[in-house]
Design a protein around this ligand. Sequence first.
Ligand code: FAD
Length: 473
Amino acid sequence: MPDVSISTFSGSSCALSEDDISALQASLRGSVALPGDPGYDEARTLWNAMVDRRPGLVVRCAGASDVRQAVLLARDRGLQVAVRSGGHNIAGKAVCEGGLLIDLSTMTSVTVDPKSRKAWVEPGALLGDLDKEAQAHALATPLGVNSTTGVAGLTLGGGFGWITRKYGMSIDNLLSAEVVTADGSILRASEEENSDLFWALRGGGGNFGVVTGFEFQLHPVGPEVLSGLIVHPLEDAKTLLPAFRDAANSAPDELTVWTILRKAPPLPFLPEEWHGKEVLVFALCYCGDMAEGEKAVAGIRALGNPIADVVGPHPFVGWQAAFDPLLEPGARNYWKSHDFLDLSDEAIDTLLNAVANLPTPECEVFIAHVGGAMSRVPAEATAYPQRSSHFIMNVHTRWREAADDDGCISWARDLFARTQPYAVGTVYINFMPDDEDDRVGEAYGDNYAKLAEVKKKYDPENLFRLNQNIKPS
Ligand code: FAD
């Protein structure tokens, strides 16, 4: 076998001999995949079809020991290294061109202890894996709204979804993590052990090492929750959105209402004449007592003249996957995101003017409703600092043909620029596209300096830099 050429961070390449590859394989429980090998394409393919990179070498890890071997090889030879779990990050930094890919996607086990209400989760587990195992005991922890997203990347960035207002962000429920750091150590991070690392992992992304296990606190949820969609004509949005804002501002923690502005997909419960027309969708979930929930959602359900209202009791696991059909992998995607403390009438008018010309049937603007328990954690308690925003907008541009790249990306940037005057200026790292490296400082605000210190301690050479990168201080 000829030498395998792997890209390094210095820009040169490093030759790995057949003996090097054999020694690596012999040290692993998992496997090595070179271009053309089984599993190579699976490992390098991400949710966002805009990303098409070919690593020089993939280590398909089966455990922390495999990760350690890969990290030591990368460190000793100066190899460019990327870390992939669920493969959903919009920026696509989970795969490198020519370098070493640490692939965790086959490490998917989830173990639940119903007595202590805790779960131990491997990094390749998807949200649906954790939800299903936890819901077998009518338990859950806050995650996101698409069940095929990776637990690892979501949690390391912060993580919020349908039960965040009640139980906090994913990071607020993280009890400990197992981490392989840049020097090959396998550390436990928690409030008691390596607490600086534990602080940094809760929002600091992939900067501090490779997380090989997550321990979460679980809470009683469901197994059914009052949830569903209410669909309105977009032309009524000018009156609906201020009413939604007011309802959201006084909602109990159990109630979360996200708003989606888009062209109607051909959902079976929508009259055919509405398919492809512009609509406003309220997607809501009440994660408490059903009868209390009916009272809490009554105000939102009474608004306007909906085209459809399919709110009712649904299995929590099903509701967690409700958006999956609209978010399947394989499309081209570009996102832009703002945090808002509130949605003024002016901000709503600007947003509605900007959203009038949705460029493709799959483009949408999501307005996530957050706050509640998430906002009661001090900004400096975890690396994720933005605890006071009440709405997080994600311009979710999605299309199929490369010929539409420029038009769709310009549309997203224009909407982002027009709504910028009303935003806080911070951003959630998990919603940042790959051209926003200059926003990493905004993402962390006052927490950046401490993050840079922790980075210097655990990754002084910046081995883990294919991420929303924090430079060692
Ligand atoms: P990957 O692409 O595998 O990883 C992302 C990055 O995280 C990597 O580049 C690496 O730097 C780092 N990383 C991954 N695994 C590890 C590890 N084990 N150790 C160290 N570093 C690691 N977010 C929300 O909070 N709420 C939502 O409701 C939500 N909905 C989403 C819906 C869709 C359809 C998509 C595509 C994304 C959504 N997100 C949401 C954003 C999501 O949180 C991020 O995309 C997240 O990064 C995905 O994690 P992953 O493991 O799938 O990503």
